[in-house]
Design a protein around this ligand. Structure first.
Ligand SMILES: Cc1ncc(COP(=O)(O)O)c(C=O)c1O
Ligand SMILES: C[C@@H](O)[C@H](N)C(=O)O
Length: 398
């Protein structure tokens, strides 16, 4: 029987539940390009209401959701979008807003809590000038993935919204994990995004849907987004199959996010007890845990490779740390097993001491000495290398 895999690579790795699969099979569908998939319409109306916006549009991915949103807001050539230098849109979306949309990114440093300093956002705003692109959009990310799933407060979001409005700009929130933020902050999700003109919500992350995101905003925004989705090849015909699963995900999994956060905290507290591990467990706000290995010889890649041998899957967060991401298909026992595996990895010497003896075979005497040494070895009278001229000895590991 295949041994269980504890997959902590991301919250994108969940498998659809039986309820999702049943809903997909039973979905009432039609051609959505011709504007008629009833399940898609129902789900989009449901999500618009949940998020407190006028309208919604199902899209195949969070990346496309962000791209469409930026392109709708920055629909004039020479537009600029202010976004975090460590944001998903800027780091992981192939520069799509530029390569496809011709939008210029104006990055502002992301703080360790996922925010961008308000004064730096204001300083980055550029109004029409012969020399500059024109700022038309500010993008936030909540929760913020690359800082470890940090939550942006509703107060901060409202403040950025006020700045956008006072400067005639729009505000987009990459809300891939907005439900995690809502649950962790105890703020209703529609209140958390009230200041935003658009939000991209991933259904395929912590909510556990097999595919897709939904973007929400004004009706005028969504009408333009629908056209852009088709332009980008996102017209999906009987998409109700996917929307049916997404509906089940929102219905069944939002209530489990708090437990994901609890398990992430427990994982961080457990990692804290392991000698060679550094983790700021107090900074764990949602479902992600970033930790470092003290031993400089064990890189994040190396530890992930070693853990994989024990069927624990993880990914490096960066050159220094590893990322564990909890989702609703990770149990408390899985957390305990992962901790035990990290502990074993840390106690094992990943690089046992060993000696390399290099020979200079261009030297004739080395060969005769080598032959002598082999003869002596076979007779058990010497250690290889000690009696060979031209041999250089190097030691690795401890
Ligand atoms: C914060 C954030 N935004 C957007 C995305 C993009 O979502 P997708 O992978 O569905 O394109 C991701 C990752 O998946 C993410 O972590
Ligand atoms: C890496 C990124 O694209 C993905 N959203 C994740 O967090 O796993």
């Amino acid at each position: 029987m295949a041994s269980k895999v504890v997959d902590l690579r991301s919250d994108t790795v969940t498998k659809p539940s039986e309820a999702m699969r049943a809903a997909m099979a039973a979905a009432d569908v039609d051609d959505d390009v011709l504007g008629a998939d009833p399940t898609a319409h129902r789900f989009e109306a449901e999500m618009a209401a949940v998020m407190g916006k006028e309208a919604a549009l199902f899209v195949p991915s969070g990346t496309m959701g962000n791209l469409i949103s930026v392109l709708v807001h920055c629909d004039v050539r020479g537009s600029e979008a202010i976004l975090g230098d460590n944001s998903h849109i800027h780091v992981y979306e192939n520069g799509g807003i530029s390569t496809i949309g011709g939008v210029h990114p104006r990055t502002v440093k992301n703080n360790p809590d996922g925010t961008m300093d308000i004064d730096k956002i204001v300083a980055a705003i550029r109004h029409p000038d012969l020399h500059y692109p024109t700022t038309r959009l500010i993008c936030l990310e909540n929760t913020h993935g690359n800082t470890g799933g940090k939550c942006l407060s509703v107060e901060y979001t409202d403040k950025v919204g006020e700045i956008a409005k006072s400067h005639g700009l729009k505000l987009h929130i990459d809300g891939a994990r907005i439900f995690n933020a809502s649950v962790a902050l105890g703020v209703p999700v529609d209140r958390l995004v009230k200041a935003a003109d658009s939000v991209s919500v991933c259904l395929s992350k912590g909510l556990g849907a097999p595919v897709g995101s939904v973007i929400v905003g004004s009706k005028a925004f969504i009408d333009k987004a629908r056209i852009l989705r088709k332009t980008l090849g996102g017209g999906m015909r009987q998409v109700g199959v996917l929307c049916a699963a997404a509906h089940v995900a929102v219905r069944d999994t939002v209530g489990k996010l708090a437990d994901d956060h609890r398990k992430a905290k427990a994982l961080a507290e457990g990692l804290k007890k392991i000698e060679q591990i550094t983790v700021d467990s107090a900074s764990v706000e949602t479902n992600m845990v970033f930790f470092e290995v003290m031993d400089p010889r064990i890189s994040p890649d190396k530890l992930c490779q070693v853990l994989e041998q024990d069927n624990v899957l993880a990914l490096p967060a960066n050159s220094k740390s590893i990322r564990f991401v909890i989702h609703y298909q990770i149990s408390d026992a899985d957390v305990g097993y992962a901790l035990a595996c990290v502990e074993v990895c840390e106690s094992l010497d990943p690089f046992p001491s060993f000696t390399v003896i290099a020979f200079d075979f261009s030297c004739d005497s080395t060969i005769s000495c080598f032959q002598k040494a082999i003869k002596e070895l076979l007779e058990g009278s010497t250690e290889l290398g000690h009696s060979i001229n031209g041999a250089t000895k190097s030691s690795y590991g401890h």
